[in-house]
Each structure stands twice: as C-alpha cells, then as structure tokens.
Design a protein around this ligand. Structure first.
Ligand code: ADP
Length: 698
C-alpha cells in the first residue's frame, strides 16, 4: 500500500504571498493615480469652463457697449443746433448714460449746456473748466477727422465723496458745409455698462471698465469679481479705446463641496470599497481553496491508507473510482478497472462485466447487478446492504470477499451510483478453517484420551489372562514332554500348543507396547535389520491374505547393497506395518479381480540416514474426499472399522522422527503408503543384507 500523500502546508509559501502583496500594491497605486488624474481633469475642466464663460461674456458685453455707443453717436449727430431743447431732453431720458450735453462754438466755447434730468448732476463739485482738457482734445480730433470722436475717460467727483467716470463724445456740427461748432455729450461709463443686457443678465460676473494697470474705472452689477476667471476686451472707439473686463464672482473650484468632485470622490470610494470587497472575496476564496485542497489530501491519504477496498459504480455499473487497496486486492490497475465499455449505439448499455468477475459467474453476477442497480433499490428505507461473493485476481485465483454497498448521492441529493467497501475475507476463511480443524482435532484428542484410558485399562486387565494362557500352554507342553514316552502323542498338538504360547507372548508384548505408548513412557528403541520387521508381520498378514486370495510380494534391498538397518520400537513399527498391510488387503477385497490382488511390501534405503518402507496395493485408490480426512482419528469408511489405525500409525512414525504419507501406486494404480524410519548412525558402511526374497502365498 503506498504511503499516504503528505498534507499540504497550511501557510502558503513565501514567494506567492510576496507576489500577491506586490500585485495588490500596484493595483492600489494605479487606482490612486487614476483617481488623482480624474480629480485634476475635473478641476481643470471646471476652470476652463469658467474661463470660457468669462471670455464669451466679455466679448458679448464689449459688442453691446460698442453698439450702444454707436447708437448714442448717431443720436447726437441727429441733434443739431436748431434742435429744440425738448428733443435733447427726450434723448437724455431715453439714454440715461448721457449726463450732459454741451453745444460749443468752433473755438470750443460752451454756448449752451443741458443737464440730464436724472441725478446726480455733473460738475456740481468741480467746475467744467477744470475738467475741459479731455473734451477739448476729443473735439480737436473730431475737427481733424471731421467725424465724432471720444475723449479719454476721466473722473468727475460728486458730492459725498462719490464720483463718476465719464467719457466725452464730441460730434462736429456743420452748417451749409461749414464747421459751425461741436455737440459734446458727457457719458457715464457706469450707466453705459448697466444699460447692456449681458451685464444685467449675468448674475455671477462683474463687468467693469479698467485701465491698463487694472484699476477699475466703472462697474456694473452688485457682485464683486473674485479675480480668478478674468477676461478683458478692448472696445475700440473713434479717438479712444476702452478696456472692458468680465470678472467671475466664483473663485477657483474648491474640492469640497463641488458636485463633480464629490461625484468623482464618491465613485472612488465606491471603487475602493469594491476593490476591498473583491480582495476579501479573493482571500476567502483562497482560504476555501486551501481548505479544500487540505481536505482532498486528507481524504486521499485516508483512502490510500485504508486496507479496505473502495469501489464506486455509476448507475450503469461502470466503475468510476477505485482506491489502491482495491487495485492491490484484485491485481488490476485503476486504469484497467475504470476503462469504460465501448459506447452503445442506443441508450442501453452493453452488458458490462469488470475483469475481476470469474468468467463462470458472469451470468449470475450480471443478473444480481441488474437487481442491485435498479433505482428502486436505492429508494428502499435502508438501501445499504452487505453480501458475500467471489472475485478473481488478475492471475485467475478466486477469493471470497465481503461487500458493503450504499447509494452514492451527489451534492444535489441525486442518486448517481453505488459506493462499496470490499473486504478480502480469504484470510478470515483460512483462519476459520484452521480453527474448525483444531476444534475437530481437540474433540478427537479428547476421544483419543478416553480410548487411551480404555486401552490402558484393557491392557492391564488382559495381561493377567494372557499370562495365564502362556503359562498354561507351557505347562501343557511340559506335560507333553513328560509323557513323550507315550506313543501316539500327536506332534500337531505340540506345535499348536507352541503357537498358542508364542502368540500369547506376542499379545502380551503388543499390550505392553500399547500401554507404554498410551502412557508415553520411554520407548524401547533397538537397532535391527528391516527384514526382521517384515518377518514378524508376514505370518499374520498372510493369514489375512489367504482369506481373500491376495498374494504378498516382499521386496528387500538388492543383494550387494548396504543393509537396511533401522532404529525403532520394534513392536510398534510391526503394528504399523500390520495395519497398513491389513488396510491394503481390505481395499482390494471388494472390486479387484483375484488375479490382480497383490500386496507389495518394500524396503529401500533412500538416504544415508533414512530407510523407506512401502506397502503397495492394487485396490481402487483413495478418493480425494477420503484422502482429505484419512488421518483424522475415528474416520473410517468401513462398517466395522474403528478409524484409529492410520492416525495412530502416523503418530507412531512421527514419534520415531519419520514421516508417513501416501500416493497412487506404481503406474497410477492402487495406493502406496510410505513411511520413513531413521537409520542408526554409522550404518552407511555396514554389512549388506541378504538376497531379495519374493514370497508368493496365494
Ligand atoms: P479403518 O481401517 O479402521 O477404517 P484406518 O484409519 O486404518 O481405519 O483407515 C481409514 C480409512 O482409510 C479406511 O476406512 C479406508 O476407507 C481408507 N483406507 C486406508 N487404507 C486404504 C487403502 N490402502 N486403499 C484405500 N482406502 C484406504
């Protein structure tokens, strides 16, 4: 299982953080520059707009003043010497800027004068003679050019420290083609200005006539100019010029309060707020992403470290996810498992079976999958379920698995497939099997123990009668010896008695050995040639063989080969040989034709330290189900069998350090039981045995 992926560090590395800070700094700086520029542009736009307004108002006012003065000039030209005084008065009422009219002789002497009906009267404080110069100069110009001429403006003091800036207009008068004098009109500049419509209409500008150095001569309007947005226009007049000024009452546009600026400021603040919100959003998003990455890494580490296989399938049964444990379990890579089947032409999926399904079970699994993937299955109250099944590893090995399956539900609560936890339970099954066998063995041991007890008891009980039989037999023989003189004592009776004594003694030995075996006393081990063991067993075996017409073959090591000597408890090994021979003879009894009933007893020195004994029959062999339980105590297929023979045989051989097993006989026919016994050390160079004997006894 691969190691779980390391979790990502919780703090972002230094470099990206620095870069992000730089980016944010640059963004804020750019915003600041853009905002300042916008502000400056707004202010400068406002300034130029105010200046333009002042310029155009000044131009308009200058034009109007020129028009007005031209109209005054024409009106004066139409007044003549002969004009009645009433005409002049009417003119002065109409054009209030005309403060005084003088009719002068060609030498400039004032012949008649008429004051404006509107106060104040000119020259009330200072006599006209003192302020004559400008009028005379204008008349001189008028005479020279023979056209009306304006004088320079001059100040006429009035009562109460007041005064009027006045300009004189001198119109030359002619009578019958000859110069007859001048008509001089004194015009109040302030009244000229006030008469203009622009000056009246413009509320936010001060209009004035100024001197070259900026000194204000006469002004109109109530408000004072701020001196910031100033526009000057020169009004050219015959013989003179006037400088007209429009001065806006507003000063420089202040930042606060100013509609445009506050709009820009408001927008900037909103922009900053948006940027801040955006920054917070980005930060939160980054945090969420980091948390998500951590959660993903954690999940991956968890899945990778799991020893349980995880598998997700969509509603069609196609695998959409497997974890490493699942891949390790079945031996296929994730790519191999998740390769989708070729798309079907119709909406219906072609039958899809994953590679870990054993081919012989595909039909059954497909049926089961159809039932399980049915959407109705997910709608059950408890849709989770667990079941046991068999999967196949890549190598073809089948193994049992336990599957716990639950519906897979997406973020919108839709059922999209199934998620399964898969457990390989082959180890568990093995453990269960071992524990079952152990249980069986335990029970058998318990039974063996009681059988052992019984055997011990019986051996004790049988010893007495056997000893009695033996002593009666030898007593009978002695009696026969004593009466040997008597003729006619059948020698057969003698030999029968001898046999009885011999067998009783043998039975006693067997009982003693069994007793010792059951009590696990130190066994009596002796070194002897293997054929001696056969010799002891053969008479009894032959007795049984004769009944079923079986032939017994004995194969000893060929002459010239080293003798097969073994070290063992002679009586017990004889019992083993007898038991194996009896089993072989019994196996051949039911079905094997008479001619083929052969039991072979063979001994071979197979190793410097081991001698192998074989008991071979030509019976039907051992069926696999029988073979499995052959050495289980009390297992038997015979009606009168005890089922203890083979298990005791194996125990005896194993107690000698050897091993007992079995297999098919030579040529695959019948059964061969083999066991090994240790050869005593130093016999490798020992004497050779006698010739091979083959005894036939049918
Ligand atoms: P028993 O002989 O009392 O049945 P064993 O432990 O000797 O007990 O044998 C157990 C079983 O093994 C027998 O019942 C028989 O089915 C089978 N068996 C033993 N030896 C052979 C053999 N040579 N050929 C076929 N089956 C055998």
């Amino acid at each position: 299982m691969p190691d779980p992926a390391p979790l990502p560090p919780s703090a972002p590395p230094r470099r990206p953080r620095l870069r992000r800070a730089l980016l944010w700094g640059a963004l804020v700086a750019l915003l600041l520059v853009a905002q300042s520029l916008l502000l400056a542009l707004t202010v400068s736009y406002e300034s130029s707009r105010a200046q333009d307004e002042a310029d155009s108002l000044a131009a308009e006012a200058a034009a109007e003043v020129r028009r007005e003065l031209t109209s005054v000039t024409q009106a004066l030209q139409s007044l003549d010497w002969g004009s009645p005084r009433d005409d002049a008065l009417a003119l002065m009422r109409q054009k209030r800027e005309i403060k005084r009219l003088e009719w002068r002789a060609p030498d400039q002497r004032v012949e008649a004068a008429l004051e404006s009906p509107y106060p104040p009267a000119l020259f009330s404080q200072m006599p006209r003679q003192d302020l004559e110069l400008d009028a005379e100069l204008a008349c001189t110009t008028a005479r020279r050019t023979a056209a009306p001429a304006f004088s320079r403006s001059y100040f006429v003091p009035l009562a109460g420290g007041q005064g009027l800036e006045v300009v004189d207009l001198c119109v030359p008068l002619t009578r019958a083609g000859r110069e007859s004098g001048f008509l001089v009109g004194s015009l109040s500049l302030a009244q000229v200005l006030e008469g203009t419509a622009v000056a009246r209409a413009a509320r936010r500008h001060e209009f004035s006539f100024v001197e070259g150095d900026g000194t204000r001569l006469a002004r109109a309007g109530t408000s004072r100019g701020a001196g910031v947005y100033v526009a000057d226009r020169v009004v050219d007049l015959p013989g003179s010029a006037l400088q007209l000024r429009a001065d806006a009452t507003t000063g420089r546009p202040s930042l606060i309060p100013n509609l445009a600026t506050s709009l820009v400021m408001g927008l900037s603040i909103a922009l900053f707020a948006v940027v801040l919100l955006l920054a917070r959003d980005v930060r939160r998003r980054a945090e969420a992403e980091r948390a998500l990455a951590e959660a993903l890494a954690f999940r991956k580490a968890m899945e990778d470290s799991l020893s349980t296989g995880l598998r997700a399938r969509d509603l069609r049964g196609v695998i959409t996810y497997v974890n490493p444990a699942f891949c390790a379990m079945v031996g296929f890579s994730a790519e191999e498992l998740m390769t989708p089947p070729p798309p079907a032409a119709e909406a219906v999926m072609p039958p899809y079976n994953p590679p870990y399904w054993p081919p012989e079970l595909v039909e059954q699994y497909l049926r089961r999958q159809r039932e399980r993937l049915d959407p109705a299955a997910a709608a059950r109250p408890d849709p989770r379920e667990s079941y046991e099944t068999v999967f196949m590893r890549k190598g073809g090995e089948r193994f049992p698995v336990m599957i716990y399956e639950a519906p897979l539900v997406d973020g919108d609560g839709r059922h999209t497939g199934w998620m399964s936890a898969v457990l390989d339970i082959s180890a568990q099954r093995r453990v269960e099997e071992i524990s079952r066998q152990q249980q069986e063995r335990l029970q058998a041991t318990a039974r063996l123990a009681s059988v052992g007890e019984m055997a011990s008891l019986m051996s004790h009980e049988l010893n007495q009668p056997l000893a009695a039989i033996a002593s009666y037999a030898s007593g009978s023989l002695n009696l026969l010896d004593d009466s040997s003189a008597d003729a006619g004592t059948p020698s057969l009776l003698r030999s029968a008695l001898e046999r009885i004594a011999e067998q009783a003694e043998r039975a006693g030995r067997v009982i003693k050995s069994v007793h010792g075996f059951v009590r696990r006393r130190e066994q009596l081990h002796e070194t002897l040639p293997a054929e001696l063991l056969f010799e002891a067993v053969l008479p009894l075996a032959r007795m049984q063989a004769r009944k079923s017409g079986t032939r017994i073959d004995v194969e000893l090591p060929p002459s010239g080969e080293r003798s097969a000597r073994v070290r063992c408890d002679r009586t017990m090994v004889e019992q083993v040989l007898l038991n194996l021979a009896r089993n072989g003879i019994q196996a051949m009894e039911p079905d094997t034709p008479l001619a083929e009933r052969v039991l072979t007893l063979r001994v071979r020195r197979t190793h410097a330290r081991w001698v192998t004994f074989s008991v071979i029959d030509t019976g039907p062999g051992i069926a696999p189900d029988v073979a499995e339980r052959l050495f289980t105590p009390f297992f038997t297929t015979k009606s009168e069998g005890m089922g203890l023979g083979l298990s005791l045989c194996r125990t005896v051989i194993e107690q000698h350090g050897g091993a007992l097993d079995f297999g098919p006989g030579p040529g695959g026919r019948g059964t061969e039981f083999r066991f090994t016994l240790p050869a005593p050390p130093g016999t490798e160079t020992g004497e050779t045995s006698g010739s091979a004997t083959t005894a036939a006894d049918a």
